[in-house]
Design a protein around this ligand. Sequence first.
Ligand code: PEP
Ligand code: MG
Length: 326
Amino acid sequence: RQELYRELRSKPSTSKDGVHIDLLMNAGLAVDLPQLADSGAAGIGLFRTELQFMVAATFPRAEAQERLYRDVLDIARGKPVTFRTIDIGGDKVLPYFKGAGQEENPALGWRAVRLTLDRPGLLRTQMRALLRAAGGHELKVMLPMVTELGEVAQAREIIDREVRHLSRFGHLLPTSLKIGAMLEVPSLLFQLDELMEAVDFVSVGSNDLFQFVMATDRGNSQLADRFDPLSVPFLRVLRRIVEAGKRANRPVTLCGELAGKPISAMALVGLGYRSISMSPASIGPVKAMLTELPVGELTAFIDENLAGNSARLPMRALLQTFADDR
Ligand code: PEP
Ligand code: MG
């Protein structure tokens, strides 16, 4: 298998019937970066910037942030990178930062973009570091845990101010700046068309989205086998998102753990996802699956089985049979 994955590394990530899928990797620290070449990923779909904060003894200084972002872009050598602004709180606590995570319901609490909008100095410093590091490059930044569109507008104001500031002082700016939202909170499902208008791209954080749609703690091992992301309701949610992206001509990626398991990556492609981001070790197995996948046939199969509500086998079993038969 390892040999096969190595062989596939330089091959295009294209399905049996010629559909190209961008296979991106998730990363968060400098030590992850060599995996970009080793895995054959087309880019970094999720760079978790909070990891630098989590391994530090105190808030990383602006210079340290800028240095890391510069290294990432240097090593990516023109492959696309999507930086996520710090996603602190919930399951990601900083011992030196009181308040976040020490709540009754941390998953529903003061975290991610909520926290950085309340402490705009954190977002300003990070954005300045990103903008400086990406001078002369494309820059893609996404906001975690967006719940309402006002948060995107507020973040944009802060970002625009940083752009104006750097430009006034003659800094080399990014060649383009794209601002995206992570779709992790179900409220966005009821304003998908407006969301697509408000952002340049969307990335589905399926770990958190599943947790909130199914009211199921993502870290509770007692619940691990209870609810299935490949069940009808969650697949319908995922399909709605990708369809809204198509309507608005906005790129939609998915960067949760779902993307890294061949059977669920297969389902995502069948639902219409053309870009997915996963841990680097999953790129080989997912690409191997993809090269044998007839996407057209799968899409028809999924459409048929997601429609209506007559009694049938669970979707996971149906998808597994589809995969085994091919
Ligand atoms: C997610 O929630 O799916 C995601 C990609 O973000 P994280 O796992 O870092 O919360
Ligand atoms: Mg998340």
